[in-house]
Design a binder for this molecule. Structure first.
Ligand code: 5AD
Length: 337
């Protein structure tokens, strides 16, 4: 069976049937799927390099109420905003240690004062280090706010569509609409950001057909980065009693993203490690080429950013260097795009 599926994938025949069959492979068939993903990655990134980015979780203030998230509005978590000085000093520290890509992550907050504050931090970081690539992950904002942040120096923006099924989207994210999220994705591209998007695997109500449509949506969008995370039921989220997503299904989804979109960046996320030891190594074997190093958020704030779990795994340099070496890859000392 895998032979005909691989052949179709190699020829770019991304039909719903082929994708559904590929999503369900396990064992030796899965290894062959991963090998095709690795071949595609090597064609686009011949040096076998992985991009490493540090993350600073600058604030957990969030006006969204997503059922899967531990930091949803009303979840009771104590809120914080890192002082600008702490953010810029951390950026200096990371830059001095050789990091060239920085992810600034926060909850979703459209208050003018908040966006002004981020723009200020960004401008300071960029003034000190013009070649520091900055990625923002701050959710839905207005066109003017995206523009303001771009002018302040942001290079890229990660904004996941989470699911291509609009009914599921509205169930999981009751404060938000699918159309608005898609509009933000397109807007960011038009403003000159390099955009990242993607889905989550294993949330309540999601079926195989939804994942196939997620893959087709990722393929149809003009993206520089893509990502697929496995659902972890956060202890303080509405979905705390739901089962976690399936790791193999997530890895297959990642492999297909890579096969269909060889030259994009794709992270191996810490949620994979949370479900199985060596999970992030497996993500690299499935075609990922980006790691997020959790060396930028001060410990006292890390505890207040329990995005998918209060016992979240926050990998540092050593763990990731090991996983990358195990996968036969090396960490680049420069941005890959
Ligand atoms: N499990 C897995 N991924 C999650 N995310 C948020 N909550 C969870 C969870 N419980 C992912 C979403 C979001 C990104 C910042 O983290 O895809 O876009």
């Amino acid at each position: 069976m895998i032979g005909s599926v691989l052949k179709a994938l190699q020829q770019g025949e991304y039909t719903k049937e082929v994708l559904a069959q590929a999503l369900s492979v396990r064992g030796d068939d899965q290894r062959q799927l991963f090998e095709l993903a690795q071949d595609r990655r090597r064609e686009a990134f011949p040096d076998d390099k992985v991009e490493a980015r540090s993350v600073i979780e600058i604030s957990n203030v969030c006006l969204q109420a997503c059922l899967y998230c531990n930091m949803a509005k009303g979840s009771g978590v104590k809120r914080y905003v890192m002082p600008c000085r702490a953010v810029t000093e951390m950026a200096n520290y990371l830059y001095d240690r050789g990091r060239r890509v920085l992810l600034l992550q926060s909850g979703e907050n459209r208050a003018k004062a908040w966006v002004d504050f981020v723009a200020l931090c960004l401008a300071e970081i960029k003034a000190a280090h013009p070649d520091f690539q900055i990625i923002l992950c701050m959710g839905n904002l207005s066109q003017e706010q995206y523009q303001q942040l771009k002018e302040a120096g942001a290079d890229r923006y990660v904004i996941k569509f989470e699911t291509s099924n609009r009914d599921l989207y509205h169930t999981w994210k009751p404060n938000d609409t699918f159309d608005e999220r898609m509009e933000c994705i397109h807007l960011l591209g038009r403003l000159g950001y390099k955009v990242g998007s993607g889905n989550m695997v294993g949330l309540p109500g999601q079926c195989m057909d939804d994942l196939v449509n997620d893959l087709l949506l990722v393929h149809s969008l003009d993206l520089a980065m893509m990502s697929c995370t496995v659902f972890i039921p956060g202890e303080n989220s509405q979905y705390r009693d739901q089962p976690a997503g399936d790791l193999d299904l997530t890895l297959n989804c990642m492999a297909l993203m890579r096969i269909m979109n060889p030259s994009r960046l794709m992270p191996t996320t810490s949620s994979l490690e949370r479900l199985r030891e060596h999970g992030q190594y497996l993500g690299l074997m499935a075609g990922a080429n980006t790691v997020t190093v959790h060396d930028g958020t001060p410990q006292r704030f890390k505890e207040l950013f329990p995005i998918y779990s209060t016992h979240r795994f926050t990998p540092g340099n050593e763990h990731l260097a090991h996983a990358v070496a195990e996968a036969g890859l090396t960490i680049a000392d420069h941005p890959l795009m």
